[in-house]
Write a protein that binds this ligand. Structure first.
Ligand code: KG4
Ligand code: ZN
Length: 360
């Protein structure tokens, strides 16, 4: 079932042509350079940039996939959650194209789609591999269809939640962040330390050269249920940065690397511990680690170690599919189209908040 998939929920415009989990062509246009000087995503700038990119990206992936509109079985588009003005760009484009081309369209939940990313299969560049072989450092291979139920940790700049996945479409929320998302904690801490935006990858690079035990940072809510709290971490980073006079430290100084490593160790330990606790509590057969923060090598290793202890498979997307992309939207969208779920109508609205258990 080939579909055209579109994504514009935050600061990446993305399009893909997918056939089930198989990615025939995809393109992502990141807006990071536009938002960097503001230290975060500016909604109006995001909407305008999506508007400038969406048409060209859709045409590009269609051409690269070798498909025409008439070859497609439908359109999948992110309907939420996300920034309303940003969401409306791909949503309106999808509605228009659906009417013009006579193709059914379905609205996809972005956070749920992240959890399907480990099961995508690349066609391009000869890198096709079986679904479930998410890999990543130390991740046990798990060829073939994943065994359900799975526990999924989706950690990104906007969301951090633990889900029980009964199948690829049916999710139950086990826990969520009570304040900042995990990626937001990385981004805010990096900003406080003068490391720029977005902060996740920079912190990871610096942490590789630092001592994770150099600064004492407590692990928020470590043994306290399956909800998360990350806002205290950035406050602690700010306090340590000031107390140790790190604003005077030169770029790349040892002390900055130590602080990055100490922060990352705290964030990673909490996420891996809660993933492990959720698998234990539910008796899940495996775990998924997804979302932008899942690109973090230390988190991937800690999650793999936890799953190793539990004897269950860990499914992790390749790094480019951890970040926002349209391929994951296409995969979930095709499953919905096959069941006639959440058809897009001209009056369908963007769903800025959309809990994973709400239909579809
Ligand atoms: O999924 P994503 O691309 O967008 C959202 O839906 O939010 O996630 C982006 C987030 C940002 O907060 C970014 O700092 C974080 O993922 N991130 C990382 C890493 N790479 C990206 N966090 C930690 N370590 C990384 N290597
Ligand atoms: Zn995302």
């Amino acid at each position: 079932m080939p579909v055209l998939a579109l994504e514009s929920s935050c600061d990446e415009t993305a399009a893909a042509v997918t056939d089930g989990p198989l990615v025939l062509a995809e393109a992502v246009r990141s807006q990071v350079d536009l938002h960097r000087r503001y230290g975060g995503v500016v909604p109006e700038i995001a909407s305008r940039a999506h508007l400038e990119a969406v048409d060209a990206l859709a045409s590009e992936v269609l051409e690269r996939s070798g498909k025409r509109l008439s070859d497609l079985d439908g359109i999948a588009v992110t309907q939420g959650p996300g920034l309303v003005g940003a969401l409306l760009v791909a949503l309106s484009f999808a509605k228009g194209l659906s009417l013009a081309a006579g193709l059914p369209a379905t609205g996809v939940n972005h956070v749920k789609a992240h959890a399907l990313a480990p099961f995508l299969i690349a066609r391009t560049g000869g890198t096709a591999r079986a679904p479930g072989g998410g890999g990543g450092p130390g991740a046990p291979a798990a060829p073939g269809e994943p065994g359900f139920p799975l526990v999924a940790l989706v950690a990104s700049g906007g969301h951090t939640s633990l889900f029980l996945m009964e199948d690829l479409l049916t999710f139950r929320t086990l826990g969520r962040t009570l304040d900042d998302a995990a990626g937001e904690a990385f981004d805010k801490s990096a900003k406080l330390m003068g490391l720029g935006y977005p902060g996740g990858a920079v912190i990871e690079r610096m942490a590789e050269r630092g001592d994770p035990e150099a600064y004492r940072i407590s692990r928020p809510m470590l043994r306290d249920g399956l909800d998360f709290s990350f806002s205290g971490l950035k406050t602690r980073v700010a306090d340590l940065y000031r107390a140790h006079g790190l604003d005077r430290a030169p770029d790349g100084a040892r002390e900055l690397c130590d602080l990055a490593a100490s922060f990352q160790a705290a964030a990673v330990e909490v996420m891996a511990a809660k993933l492990e606790a959720a698998v234990r509590a539910t008796g899940a057969k495996g775990a998924v680690l997804a979302g932008g923060v899942a690109a973090n090598g230390a988190l991937r290793r800690a999650a793999a170690a936890a799953c190793g202890r539990l004897g269950v498979a860990l499914h992790v997307p390749r790094p480019s599919w951890c970040a926002d992309n349209a391929a994951m939207i296409g995969y979930l969208g095709a499953l919905q189209l096959a069941r006639g779920e959440n058809p897009l109508a001209p009056e369908s609205e963007a769903r800025t908040r959309w809990p994973a258990e709400c239909p579809p």
